[in-house]
Design a protein. Sequence first.
Length: 239
Amino acid sequence: MTDFGAGTTVDATSIDVPSRFTPATDRDRSVTPLQYRLDPMQVRDIPAVIEVERSSFSVPWPAGAYRRELEDNVLARYLVLRGIPDIDQGSTDVEGSSARPFPFSLFGRTAPVKVEPEVIGYAGLWLMIDEGHVTSVAVRPSYRGRGLGRLLMWGMFEIASNLGARWVTLEVRMTNSVARRMYEGLGFKDAGVRPRYYTDNNEDALIMWSEDLQTEAFQDRKGSLKADLDRRFVWQSSG
């Protein structure tokens, strides 16, 4: 199993991996309206993921670690969150090119501009026996404060449920009040402390566990989460 320098150990009942979540402190709501899509992370996504990683964590994982996670770690599942400019806003065609003003419109249209979806966040977990252990959740600084962390966590719940896990667990910094409130809102409960867990400043980690994913109570919570996400975002999941 890959060791990322945070004292990774595995036993029959738990996984100890560097679970990270970035607080939503920087907010920029001036960007173009977006649609969102959750996709399985691919090797080609790693450079963009590393950009998000370096803007989010004081001890980022190297690119090689993510490549090993995707290619060698059969326990790992990672998603990226892509932002797709909403082409229905303003005067753009379906390919994303702007309408040409008069008199240039008399000379025909320019070739459509292909809009590449931007990786604006990612999340991952390890599946071990009957639990999913969230390793990372991060969103680009300019997109924080919108609830996109909850969208990524819906993806984690979906993966864990589909693979037969009964619980989701994670670690979070004791001082990360934003992440802790989000996890509590998703039904996570405090379950203990890992002393001096984070290697950059020896901060303790709070261990949190979800409800049993197979219970009706959790299914109701997950359904309510999806309904809320549907109200707030135009989004889809590709797998």
